[in-house]
Design a protein around this ligand. Structure first.
Ligand code: NAD
Length: 354
């Protein structure tokens, strides 16, 4: 049983059909006996193959423990009904529109899902929380999963921490910042027991190929140009998705109500370093006559592209005892290997990126 989750019976995951949510539900199905409710609108980035594979693997018992609630959080009544149906003691809120480029083209969708959606969820959860028995109320927690992008862009020095001023630059990060503020307000004003996490760039299996790492692998496999924004010098602090999920479980079991935790594995890489490393691995795993590096192509930079993200995760390390299990290179090997093994899935996903 996943440590710290033993006392819960019913858990609601929002955005469970997305990349992090799918990996998280897989862990919950395999490592707990919780009843799992997956609230997702099933948008363009959703895919439940990982969950279905897992359900097939664990059989009947698993199927009885899992329910998909197709719900759009931007719709007030749908959200209310879904919370009543799930009747949870624990909520992990992952649902969000998550791709910066799309937020530049279509900010309204981000406002609807990330701000209005979080507001609807908070209201529905507060209403539900207020009606719980004393016993269940004591257990109830709402974990809001957010991003380091709310803190803006860093120059060479410094790292983001829980004390960093919010300074979002893209419609995506601005809507995530707004959702963090709403969640905090529902704690201070209405005593909803919340926790917040702010994590760096995740990678791993089942990530929709509009994000950097699966895009590079997909383009390389198709022998197409691999687009790199600007001069490739933008820095991200990378973390393997399983390490992020373990940190979330730890925050649920040991985190202090009302507080936020920054999660990062201290693995800063420029985009061109990441792309070159993937080409190097592909040259090893699936060699061609010429290196995949020849496909790397610099393209016009994204407007307002944040230069550097870096996370100081001292708080979660010192107070909760978290540490990442995977190094960047080991996790990247696993990831590239997974996408090659699951090439059909990867090539089937629609791709917006040039
Ligand atoms: N991927 C990362 O690197 C990263 C890093 C830090 C934080 N996060 C946060 O983690 C969460 C999950 O990220 P991800 O990478 O899995 O994203 P994703 O885009 O892969 O999945 C998001 C899921 O949320 C669902 N969703 C979106 N709007 C919804 C709505 N209105 N109602 C119901 N469902 C809705 C989508 O259908 C999708 O299945 C997001 O909140 C994101 O901000 C992601």
């Amino acid at each position: 049983m996943q440590k710290g989750l033993e006392k819960y019976k019913r858990i609601l995951i929002t955005g469970g059909a997305g990349f992090i949510g799918g990996n998280l539900i897989k862990k919950l199905l395999l490592e707990t006996s919780l009843e799992i409710y997956n609230l997702d609108k099933l948008g363009y980035a959703s895919d439940v193959t990982v969950i279905n594979d897992c359900l097939t693997h664990i059989g009947r018992v698993g199927k009885d423990r899992y329910k998909l609630l197709k719900t759009d959080l931007s719709k007030t009544n749908e959200t209310k009904k879904a919370i009543e149906k799930a009747n949870p003691e624990l909520v992990i809120h992952l649902a969000a529109e998550s791709h910066v480029d799309r937020s530049i083209d279509d900010p309204q969708t981000f406002i609807d899902s990330n701000i209005q959606g979080t507001y609807n969820l908070l209201q529905a959860c507060l209403n539900h929380y207020n009606k719980l028995s004393i016993e269940r109320k004591k257990k109830f927690k709402f974990l809001h999963v957010s991003t380091d992008e709310v803190f803006g862009s860093l120059s060479a020095k410094y790292s983001f921490s829980e004390y960093t001023r919010y300074d979002p630059r893209s419609p995506y990060s601005a809507t995530k910042a707004a959702s963090d503020h709403l969640v905090r307000a529902w704690y201070h004003t209405y005593n909803l027991p919340i926790l917040i996490s702010n994590c760096g760039n995740n990678f791993g299996p089942w990530q929709y190929p509009e994000k950097l790492i699966p895009t590079i692998i997909k383009k390389a496999i198709k022998n197409q140009k691999i687009p790199i924004y600007g001069d490739g010098s933008n820095i991200r602090d990378w973390i393997y998705v399983d390490d992020h999920i373990d940190a979330l479980f730890l925050i649920i079991s040991k985190g202090a109500i009302g507080e936020s935790y920054c999660i990062g594995a201290n693995q800063e890489k420029t985009n061109i370093e990441v792309a070159s490393e993937i080409c190097f691995l592909l040259d090893k795993f699936r060699p061609l006559e010429n290196s995949y590096k020849r496909l790397l192509t610099f393209v016009e930079d994204r407007p307002g592209h944040d230069l550097r993200y870096s996370i100081d995760s001292s708080k979660i390390k010192n107070k909760l005892g978290w540490k990442p299990k995977y190094t960047f290179l080991d996790a990247l090997k696993l990831t590239v290997d997974w996408y090659l093994e699951n090439e059909n899935w990867l090539l089937k996903q629609r791709n917006k990126v040039v």
